[in-house]
Ligand binder design. Sequence first.
Ligand SMILES: CC(C)(COP(=O)(O)OP(=O)(O)OC[C@H]1O[C@@H](n2cnc3c(N)ncnc32)[C@H](O)[C@@H]1OP(=O)(O)O)[C@@H](O)C(=O)NCCC(=O)NCCS
Length: 169
Amino acid sequence: MEENEPEEDRIRIREMTIDDFPEVFHIGEEVFTAEYSQSLYRTWDEYEITTLFNSDNELCLVADAGGKIAGFALATTVEKHNSPWKYGYLVWLGVRRDIQKGRVGSRLFTEIKRRMKEHGVRMMIIDTAADNQPAIQFFQKQGFDDVREHLYMSLNLSRKSTKKRGKKS
Ligand SMILES: CC(C)(COP(=O)(O)OP(=O)(O)OC[C@H]1O[C@@H](n2cnc3c(N)ncnc32)[C@H](O)[C@@H]1OP(=O)(O)O)[C@@H](O)C(=O)NCCC(=O)NCCS
């Protein structure tokens, strides 16, 4: 392997192992920040990694750059009793900040798509925040269309209600 070879050329897409969990978790913390996307920030935690790994480890991939993880894709499949369709849900895709726009995301996506097809998936789905323009452009580039709007709401349970109650007569 050449010393001065660009990092993206040394990348190998492989299945995630238990040893990768901490690095994947920290890359997630680095990219799913509150400033970048509130919804991604709030829902990313270590259980996302372990749960998806337990349910579908063949669809949990990392981009390995000579022993250092450059990015990851965590996905699962969904089957419905009353439908012949099998869905492939790409839940998390993250690329280390310093190597973004270097095609790592595309390579992870291509391999996830290939594996999903092999698993009999007929439709792939993703979701992301409406203001996550980089991700929207990325997924459109991969061929996603038929964008459906989806509302994300939150309720802060630790805040005391400031609503004044009407007087009882
Ligand atoms: C979205 C993400 C996974 C893309 O991975 P990447 O390795 O940076 O993307 P690639 O280099 O493979 O880009 C492929 C195409 O996607 C689009 N794209 C990627 N990043 C983009 C950006 N920041 N702005 C606009 N378009 C972008 C471009 O069309 C690009 O093609 P081009 O280079 O020919 O213009 C990465 O930016 C990321 O980790 N973002 C933060 C986490 C996130 O939002 N994940 C998705 C929801 S879970």
